[in-house]
Design a binder for this molecule. Structure first.
Ligand SMILES: O=C(O)CCC(=O)C(=O)O
Length: 207
């Protein structure tokens, strides 16, 4: 119950305001991509991306990750996170179109994208920070959401009662920067309410 007292949401925020009260910045832009653009990208990516079922190891046993993933970018480079190693595929025309629009807003050049496919509310990603060494200090990560609305939660690493959340709707663009990856962890929790897929694209800069 105590956590509830500290739980904030983005309800009162206008587009581009910071969701976090301290130690980082998370800017959220709902409707950044129009309904038509979002529908086209969603249909295309669902069908055309080379989705992979990765495994994770827990106490020596292999389990399927509760989502499908894909890794694209400008380097034929391996990327490792949470013990999973992926080799990137070259950018596609549609990924470049999405990236161009994000880069114009963020005023940065993203080298790679990790895509996640949450097939329904049983798929999720647990609490983690995107703080791999290759992302360097204070990494900027831009994400785009397509398909079903899912809740994105942030929890402060030192004060776990400090929680913020935002509903990621079809066409939302979200930018994480500053100390966010060093001071906060994030997750997409499982939910019984969602029965349809969601795709996220998380654009990153590899050092
Ligand atoms: O699906 C999302 O929006 C979040 C994905 C995520 O946390 C990650 O790829 O590190």
């Amino acid at each position: 119950m105590q956590g509830q007292l500290f739980q904030g949401s983005s309800d009162h925020l206008t587009s581009g305001d910071n969701l976090l009260p301290k130690d980082g910045e998370v800017l959220v832009y709902h409707g950044f991509f129009s309904q038509k653009e979002s529908d086209c990208f969603y249909d295309h990516l669902l069908d055309q991306i080379d989705w992979q079922q990765d495994k994770m190891k827990i106490y020596g046993k292999q389990f399927d990750l509760p989502r499908l993933t894909a890794w694209y970018g400008e380097h034929a480079k391996d990327y490792s996170y949470s013990g999973i190693s992926m080799r990137s595929k070259p950018w596609t025309k549609e990924l470049m179109e999405i990236k161009d629009k994000i880069e114009a807003n963020a005023k940065l050049h993203f080298t790679s994208v990790l895509l996640n496919l949450y097939r329904n509310g049983d798929d999720s990603v647990g609490w983690h920070c995107d703080n791999e060494k290759v992302l360097r200090v204070n990494p900027v990560i831009a994400s785009v959401s397509l398909g079903a609305t899912r809740t994105f939660k942030f929890r402060h690493l030192e004060d776990k009662t400090l929680i913020r959340k935002v509903e990621l709707t079809h066409g939302t663009y979200l930018l994480m920067k500053g100390e966010t990856q060093h001071k906060w962890e994030h997750q997409i929790p499982k939910t019984k309410k969602v029965t349809t897929p969601r795709i996220s694209l998380t654009f990153r800069i590899l050092g």
